[in-house]
Each structure stands twice: as C-alpha cells, then as structure tokens.
Design a protein around this ligand. Structure first.
Ligand code: C2E
Ligand code: CA
Ligand code: CA
Ligand code: CA
Length: 278
C-alpha cells in the first residue's frame, strides 16, 4: 500500500509539472503569435430575425499557428487571462474591431453595430477606460455602435468598481451587454443596478430548444426578464429554424448563430453583407 501511495504521489507531481509546463509553453507561443501578427479577428453577423437583416457582428479572436492549425479560443483565452496577456491582446481586438466598424459604415452599412468581448482582467485594468477612449478617438467609431460584452461572473467580483466603470462607459455612449447570461447566477437586484443595455442568452439555453420537446423555459424567462427591465435581448448559438421561430414567439428578435452565418474574415463579412443587401 505504501509503495502504491508513493507511486500515485509522484504521478500526481509529474502530471502537475506537465500541465504547468504546457501552460507556460502555450503562453510563450501566444505571446510570439501576438508579436508576429498570427492573431486575427473574425466577425459573426447578428441578425434581426423579423427582417432577416444583419444589424451587427461580434468580433471573435483567432489564433493560427505556424503549421496552419487553429488553437480554439476556449483553450488560449484562459491562458491569456491568467498570464495578463489579455490586456494587450484585448486592446488590440478592441481597436481592430472599431476600425473595421468604421470601414463598414463607410461602405454604406450605416448603423451597423460591433460587439466586442472584454475579459475581467482587461475590464478591471486601471487603463481600460483610457484605452477605450483612445480606440474610439483614433478610429472615429461611433460610440453608440460599439457594444462591450462582459460576463455575468464579472458582474459579481467587484460590484463597486464595476458600477463605476459602467457609468463611465455609458457616459462615452458605448453600449454594454451581459454575455452568457443565465450561467453566472447573478442576483436580479444587482442586475438592475448595473444598468446594462442588453442580455445575451447563452448558447446552452438555446440548444435546449428543439422539435421533440417544448424546452426553452430558461430562454423564455430571460426574454421576459429583459422585457421587464426594458433592455434588449439576443440569443447566441441559433442553429435551427425551430430555435429561431421559438425565440421569436418568446419575443426575442435578435440572434447570432450558424443558422445565419459562421464567424467570417473581414473580407468575407464584407462580401456576405454586400450579397445580402443586393
Ligand atoms: P462567446 O463570447 O460566448 O462567443 C460565442 C462562441 O460561440 C464563439 O466561439 C462562436 O464561434 C460560437 N458560435 C457562434 N454561433 C454558434 C452556433 O450556432 N453554434 C455553436 N455551437 N457555436 C456557435 P469561439 O469563437 O470559439 O469563442 C469562444 C469564446 O472565446 C467566446 O465565447 C469568448 O468567451 C472567448 N473569446 C473569443 N474572442 C475573444 C476576445 O477577443 N476577447 C475575449 N476576452 N474573449 C474572447
Ligand atoms: Ca461573446
Ligand atoms: Ca456568449
Ligand atoms: Ca456562451
């Protein structure tokens, strides 16, 4: 038994070592990728389901390694957050998306909105507001067409700082939405105090809606909540007509998902929009 214990103990430390080394390796690779411009931003259209028109897009980060494979954001974003790299990378995404927004407006897609993910570390950084102001100023993007997506869990860590930062953002005219809504258990009274512009129904709740059942009770509840708070609501991860129809019957008219479009490169988004408009 003793030998066995020792063996499992040493396995445990070896595994930990491997995991940490792997994370450190990935962190260095990510930094190099950022410096060598192997990160890029793709844009997933957001649709008004009633008119089928594209009203905006969400900017999503991509990492293409030298051998041409993609590292999924779910893998590298946590490392970027953990290492602090997300502050610089996130600022770069913010700036890129603002500049692209202006290009789209110039192409005639007036009033097009750009949603940008902002992580906790970035949002609570003392220079965040300054970098947001600078991105708006340098790009000349219309503030009320820029929307920051923050997560529900962020809404809980430092409420004082959050409320202060949100007020400042509001003052700039920038919109705020709560991403992955329904997964973070934030209190409803707190939500009211935050004064955000939009809730984004998490994909998991959209996924529950299918032909064989009339699930979707959480999605429905979130739509009703948004109505009573008098804020907008959008569903993410919409993949089927059935989901779209059901969400509309609940009163949710904005959607994003593979049913309409996958995340697209800058050029592909432009031609996708042009084709749709004609
Ligand atoms: P998210 O913010 O919830 O983004 C939505 C994710 O759902 C995206 O995954 C998108 O490609 C995917 N998606 C969209 N429509 C569908 C659909 O119909 N079905 C399914 N199954 N998936 C769909 P992606 O691009 O892999 O990003 C994953 C996560 O990484 C994002 O989740 C976000 O949390 C994070 N992320 C991505 N880009 C950034 C960024 O620039 N900054 C920060 N802080 N986080 C980012
Ligand atoms: Ca998002
Ligand atoms: Ca989301
Ligand atoms: Ca999600």
């Amino acid at each position: 038994a003793k030998a066995h214990q020792r063996a499992s103990y040493s396995y445990f430390t070896v595994d930990m070592g491997v995991e940490i080394r792997e994370r450190v390796r990935m962190m260095h690779a990510l930094r190099a990728a950022f410096e060598n411009e192997r990160l890029f931003v793709v844009y997933q259209p957001q649709i008004d389901m009633r008119t089928k028109s594209a009203v905006g897009a969400e900017a999503l980060l991509r990492w293409k390694t030298e051998d041409g494979t993609f590292v999924p954001p779910d893998q590298f974003i946590p490392i970027a957050e953990y290492s602090g790299l997300i502050v610089d990378i996130g600022e770069w995404v913010l700036r890129s998306a603002c500049f692209e927004l202006v290009e789209l407006h110039k192409l005639g897609f007036t009033n097009f909105k750009m949603a940008i993910n902002v992580s906790q570390a970035q949002f609570s950084h003392p220079l965040f507001l300054q970098s947001l102001e600078l991105a708006l100023k340098d790009s000349q993007a219309l503030a009320n067409c820029v929307e920051l997506e923050i997560t529900e869990s962020m809404a809980m860590t430092d409420p004082e700082l959050l409320i202060k930062t949100l007020l400042h953002i509001k003052h700039l005219g920038v919109q705020v939405s709560i991403d992955d809504f329904g997964t973070g258990f934030s209190s409803l009274s707190h939500l009211q105090k935050l004064n955000v512009d939009k809730l984004k129904i998490d994909r998991a709740f959209v996924n529950e809606i299918n032909e064989s059942s009339d699930e979707g009770s959480i999605a429905k509840m979130i739509v009703q909540l948004s109505k009573s708070l008098n804020i907008k609501v959008i569903a993410e991860g919409v993949e089927t007509e059935c989901q779209a129809e059901t969400l509309m019957s609940f009163g949710c008219h904005l959607a994003q998902g593979y049913l309409y479009a996958r995340p697209l490169s800058k050029d592909d988004l432009r031609s996708w929009l042009e084709k749709r408009a004609s």
